[in-house]
Each structure stands twice: as structure tokens, then as C-alpha cells.
Design a protein around this ligand. Structure first.
Ligand code: M6R
Length: 354
């Protein structure tokens, strides 16, 4: 039931702070992440993690990958399921496979699971719909607890997929002292961003509703988010959007920048913030209409969307806060064009064909 919401997508975006709190409540006991010891020991025996998923779930894998490497110290690769099924890289001696899916029924991912089972490789599925093909067929399954997601464009499931990976990575690392407190803080910050959506609607109206193309740029973890930002916007607003590593602009894409082309920069990583800003300035010198989405500790008063500060180690959570404005920009652009936000043309919620 949509309640008073015009579209499920907006309801689902708005639920994301609650989703974060539900995950904390489910997975933490006495401040420590609790994951079945069998799952942890199976993963710890692996020499490499392979995360396999499609679409938005693949984008969540890109974010999760960094936590498995930084916190748990396990080399991790994220793969597009439809590619891995027919063209996989050399697989390590002791691989462990993680499947990520909202529906648990994505044919491309099931194809990979069938293949790795024949090779007797161990697997875990993180899914929203439990008792689905991917949760039943994998060795282990964990719920991402987003609650029913109805809109074709995935929002709260993406959030829940990232957070579940964060919690799993922390459990693999043998706990992470402050994590429960940090995630609780993050849930409050998510609510702050959600509550600031009038400003985001205005920006969608001025920058995107009348644009036929747009670009998202970012570096490091922010570069991963540009892919999801672009997918969300193209999927429901039919704008031609590309998201990519900001440093790549000068290697080709900058030739597409014209007067008033929207370029949106995501900035939450201190090491690369200055570089992304200078890339954005290069596009402005060619006429781009530049927008910035920046965490407060890296922001100036000229920035457009200022997210709560993430200092020090907390910076790793940048992609989690950025998820909300990129979703809202897509939502309000689609709405501004009077499109059917929840049912974009040519798309199904669950893709059960290859
Ligand atoms: O159910 P899954 O998470 O396996 O679905 C994967 C993709 O089909 C899905 O994320 C799709 O990209 C969404 N429509 C994006 O919003």
C-alpha cells in the first residue's frame, strides 16, 4: 500500500533510515555484529571473494567490495552476473561466492550459481526475498531486510544490500568496536538527507527535467556511486546519463560537454575531493551546468547538496549517504516529466530471462 505517497519509489526512498535501523536491530547483539559462525568460517577459508549480481545489486557489490578488502582483508572482486556466466576470469584456488539480489530470482545470477555449484565452490546469497531460488540454492543465505520493494527502480534494497555487506565485513574482521553506534548515527544522517528533499526537487527541476543528457562524476568510492546514479536517472527519466571516474573526462567524454550540459559531481572522499573539483571546473569552463553533492566536512557554502559530515574512517560511508540524493534526483526528474515513476517502460521488477 502506497499510503499517502504518489509513488512507491518515494515511499521506499523515505523508508531507508528505518531499513538501516531494522538491520542494526537484527544483526547486532551487545554492540557486536552477529553472523552465523558457519558462514564466517566458510568465508575465512577462502583466498578471494567473488561478488556476483546484476544492475543496482551489482552497484551495491562495488561498494561492499571495499569493506571486505579494508576491514576483513580479503581480496574481493565484484562481477556482473551476465558477464561472469559466460566469460569469467581465472578463479582463485579457494574462492567464495557472494550473490546479491533483491528478488533472488535474477536469471543471470542463477546461471552463475548453477555453474559454481557444479565446481563445488561455496556460496552465500544476500537477498531481500528469502525462500527464492538464489537463497535456496546457495549454501548460505542472509536477509537484507528491506521489506517489500515494489517500484521497479531499486532504492531501499540497494541501501540494505550495502549495509548488510558492511555488517558482514565487520563480523569477518572480528567485530568493529564502534560500528553499531556509527550505523545508528548514519541512520539519523540518512533521515536528515531524506528530510531535505525539497531542495533536491528544486535542483532536479532546474538541472535535469529539461536536459536530454547528463553526467555524473566522482573518484574512488564516489566513482562507484556514479554508476548507480546514472542507472537510476536513466531508468526512470529516460535521460541519456553516463557515470564514470572523474579522471576519465579528459580522456574522451569532455568532448560531449556543451553549454548547459548538467554535470553532477559526487564528493565524499578527502583524498580525491580536490581532483574531482578541478575536473568539474574543467567542464564548467566548457559551459557545463555543474552541481555538487558533497559531505559537509569537504563542502563550501557554494555547494548544492551538502550531506552530513563524515570524518576520518567514517568517510567509507560516503556512498551510503550519497545514495539518497541520487535516488531523489532521479525520482523528481521522472516526476517533473510526468512519467510513470514506478513502472518505467520496457522494464520488469525481476529479470527472469538471460
Ligand atoms: O532482483 P535483483 O536485485 O537481482 O535485480 C537486479 C537488477 O535487475 C535490478 O537491480 C535492476 O537493475 C533495477 N531495476 C535497478 O533499479
Amino acid at each position: 500500500d502506497k499510503g499517502t505517497y504518489p509513488f512507491f519509489m518515494l515511499k521506499e526512498i523515505d523508508e531507508q533510515a528505518i531499513v538501516a535501523r531494522n538491520l542494526i536491530e537484527h544483526y547486532f547483539v551487545n554492540g557486536l555484529p552477529q553472523i552465523d559462525e558457519k558462514i564466517l568460517s566458510a568465508i575465512k577459508q577462502a583466498d578471494r571473494l567473488y561478488i556476483v549480481a546484476a544492475g543496482t545489486s551489482y552497484h551495491a557489490a562495488l561498494i561492499g567490495r571495499r569493506f571486505f578488502e579494508k576491514w576483513a582483508g580479503i581480496s574481493t572482486e565484484a562481477h556482473i552476473a551476465s558477464e561472469f556466466a559466460y566469460d569469467h576470469p581465472l578463479i582463485s584456488k579457494k574462492p567464495f561466492f557472494v550473490f546479491i539480489s533483491q528478488s533472488g530470482e535474477t536469471a543471470d545470477s542463477i546461471q552463475v550459481l548453477d555453474f559454481i555449484k557444479k565446481e563445488h565452490y561455496p556460496s552465500l546469497t544476500l537477498a531481500n526475498v528469502m525462500n527464492s531460488t538464489l537463497t535456496r540454492e546457495a549454501d548460505f543465505a542472509l536477509p537484507i531486510l528491506a521489506g517489500p520493494e515494489i517500484a521497479v527502480a531499486s532504492t531501499k534494497a540497494y541501501m540494505a544490500q550495502i549495509l548488510t555487506q558492511v555488517i558482514l565485513a565487520a563480523a569477518l574482521a572480528g567485530g568493529h568496536d564502534q560500528l553499531q553506534a556509527e550505523l545508528s548515527r548514519l541512520a539519523i544522517d540518512l533521515q536528515t538527507v531524506i528530510d531535505g528533499q525539497d531542495k533536491i526537487k528544486e535542483l532536479a527541476d532546474t538541472y535535469l527535467v529539461h536536459a536530454d543528457r547528463a553526467f555524473y562524476i566522482g573518484r574512488a568510492a564516489d566513482a562507484d556511486v556514479t554508476l548507480e546514479a546514472a542507472l537510476k536517472l536513466k531508468e526512470i527519466s529516460y535521460t541519456l546519463v553516463e557515470g564514470f571516474a572523474a579522471g576519465e573526462l579528459k580522456h574522451g567524454t569532455i568532448s560531449l560537454i556543451e553549454q548547459n550540459t548538467p554535470v553532477i559531481a559526487l564528493i565524499s572522499q578527502s583524498k580525491t575531493a580536490g581532483l574531482t573539483r578541478s575536473n568539474l571546473e574543467e567542464t564548467m569552463a566548457r559551459g557545463a551546468k555543474a552541481m555538487t553533492i558533497v559531505t559537509k566536512n569537504l563542502a563550501s557554502s557554494d555547494d548544492d547538496i551538502i550531506l552530513p559530515a563524515l570524518n576520518g574512517e567514517m568517510e567509507m560511508f560516503g556512498p551510503i549517504l550519497e545514495a539518497v540524493p541520487i535516488q531523489l534526483l532521479a525520482y523528481y526528474t521522472s516526476l517533473g516529466r510526468k512519467l510513470d515513476v514506478d513502472h518505467p517502460r520496457n522494464l520488469a521488477k525481476s529479470v527472469t530471462v538471460q
